[in-house]
Design a protein around this ligand. Sequence first.
Ligand code: GLC
Length: 644
Amino acid sequence: MTRSTPLLAATLLLCAGTPAALADTDAVVHAWPVRQPQRDAALEARVEAALKTLTTRQKVGQITQPEIRAITPDEVREYAIGTILNGGGAWPNLDKAATPAQWRALSEKYQAAAQQATPGIPLLWGTDAVHGHNNVRGATLFPHNIGLGATRNAALVRDIGRATARAVRATGLHWAFAPTLAVVQDVRWGRTYESFGADPALVRQLGQAAVEGLQDGLKDGRGVLATAKHYIADGGTRRGIDQGVAHASATDLARVHGAGYLGALDAGVLTVMASFSSWTDSAGYVQHGKMHGNKTLLTGVLKERLAFDGLIVSDWDGVGQVPGCTDEDCPASINAGMDIIMVPFKWKAFHANTLRAVEQGRIPMARLDDAVRRILRVKFSMSVPAAVPATLEAVQAPELARRAVRESLVLLKHRPGLLPLPRTARVLVVGAAADSLARQAGGWSVTWQGRDTTNADFPQGTTLLAALRQRLGAGQVTFDADGTQHDPARFDAVVAVIGEPPYAEGEGDVRVTENLRHSRRQPADLALLQQVSGRGAPVVTLLFSGRPLYVNDLANRSDAFIAAWLPGTEGTGLADLLVAPAAGEPAWPGFTGRLSFPWPAGPCQFSTREARPWWPIGGGLSGKEAKAEGKPLPEPADPPICPL
Ligand code: GLC
C-alpha cells in the first residue's frame, strides 16, 4: 500500500464518517478474528436487576477509581465509589511495613462503606501485583516477566499467577493489574522487563497462563481479577519512548501486538487496561491518536469484534492525555468505551464533571449503563470475601520463586567445566548488587521505582551473597564490594554481580542520546571487572538488568556471563546453578533458560528484529558444552550517536 501523505491522512480524519474513514475503521476491525460472546443468563439477570437499583450518581460512583491516599472509607460511602487502587509504593496508613492483616483491615473498612452505599454491590481494590504482591512487606517477589519469558514454562507462569492471587486475596484485595502483554519492539523502553518477550506466540502462551493462574478460583475467594495491559501496542512505540507513538500496520497491530490479548481472552480475562500510548497506522499513515480515546480499538475491536464482555480501565490519569480532556473531565474517553476511570487524586472533580456530562447528555445514559453493566458483570463473577488467611505465609512462595529464578537464568558465555563451582570452592564475591535486594528485584518492589529501600524492607529475601554463604559456608565466601581489597589469585573463583539500578516506566527509558553499552551507563561495572579479571581466578559475572544490553567489553572480562534479569527475592535460585549440589541434594539440569529477546551485538541494536544479534531469540548455553566460543567478542568504538 502506498504511503499516503499526512495531508491526505488529515483530510481522511477530518472527514470522519466519510467512506474513506469508514473504510479505514473497517480495515482496523477486520484485521482481527471474530470471537463469539459467551453470556450466562443468570449472571445477566442479576446484573440487570442490580443496574435498575442505581441512581445516575451511584452509576458515576461505580466508574470512578480513586487512590487510597486520596479517599477515606467515609468518602467511599458518601460518593458510592465502586473501586479503588493503591499505586506503586502506596500502603495502608502510608506504612510500607504494613502487615497483610493491616492491608486486610483497611480493605474491610472500604468494603463495608461501599456496601452501605450500594448494598449487594461490592467494591473492588486493584493493585500492581506484577511479580508477586510486590507492594507488601514480606511478600515473595518473583522474577519479572522478562525472566519468566526466558523460562518458556507456561505451567510455572500459571503457578506464579495462582500464588500471586493468593497473596493479593490474603491482603483483602481483589484485582491485579497484570499481566503486561507488550510485545516489545525497541528495548530502550523502560518497561521492557514487564514483557514476556519479543515473540508474539510466546507472549500469547505465557499471557494466557498468567491470566489462568491469577483468575483460578475467582468464584471461591482464591483467585483475583487479572488485567490484560496495556491495550494496545504499549511496547511498540517509536524509539521505545514510554507513552509514545506506536507505528504499526493494522495487520501487525492485531498479529503482533494483539497476540497476548487473544490468549488473555481465551483465558477469560475480565479486565483490560488501556495504554497511555498512541497508534499510527504505518501502512496508510493514519494517526489514530491516544488509545484512551480510540473508539475503534476500545469498542469496535475489543468489545464488538472480539466480544470482550469485561471492563476496560484507564491508566493513571490516562484520560487527561486525550485531546480536549483533562484528568478530571473526559466524556470523550468514556464515549470511546472506557468503563472505569483511574483518577487517583482528582476524583471528586471527575465525579462532579462526569455526572454533569451525563445529565447534559454529553455522555449518553446508554453508554454509562453499558459501563456499569460491565462493572457489575465483573463484580458478580467473583466471590468478594477472601478464602485466604491474612498471614505472612499466604503472601509467600519461596520454593516456587527459587525454581523460577533457576529456570530464568540464561548463560551467554561459559568456559567449559567452570560451572557449577565445587562445594569446596573459596569464592570472592564482588559488586554491591550482590548484597542488594533492591537491585535483585528491580522496579515495582515495595516502592514504585524500586528505589529508596534497603534489605530490611525485604525481610523474606535472600541476596545472592547470602545464598552463596548458605551453600558454601560463610568461611568460604569473601565479599569485597568494589573488588579492591582482596587478591583474586587467593580464591578458586570470583563471582561478580553487575547491573542496572532499579527503575520503572519512563524513568527507565534509554534516552535517544544514549545507547545500549552497559559500561557507558554504569562505568563502575567495567572498572569492577577490570579490577578482578585475569588476576589468577576465573570470573563468573551475573548481570541484573531489565533488558538485553550491549556487554561485549564485560563478557570479554568474564569466564562465564549470565543474564539474570531481575530475579526478585529468592537469590537461592541463583546459587543453585552457580554451586554444585551437595551429596543427596537434587542436581539441577544446568542452565535451561533461553532468551525471549535477541541479545545485542552492538550498542545501537535496540530493535528486537535485529538481523545479527550476539544471540537470537531462543539463544543461550546449557553449561554442558564441551568447548567454549573461540575468539573474544569484538569491541569497536561506539558511533557518536546511534541512527535515529
Ligand atoms: C501506572 C502504570 C500501570 C499501573 C497503573 C497503576 O502508571 O502504567 O501499569 O497499573 O499506573 O499503578
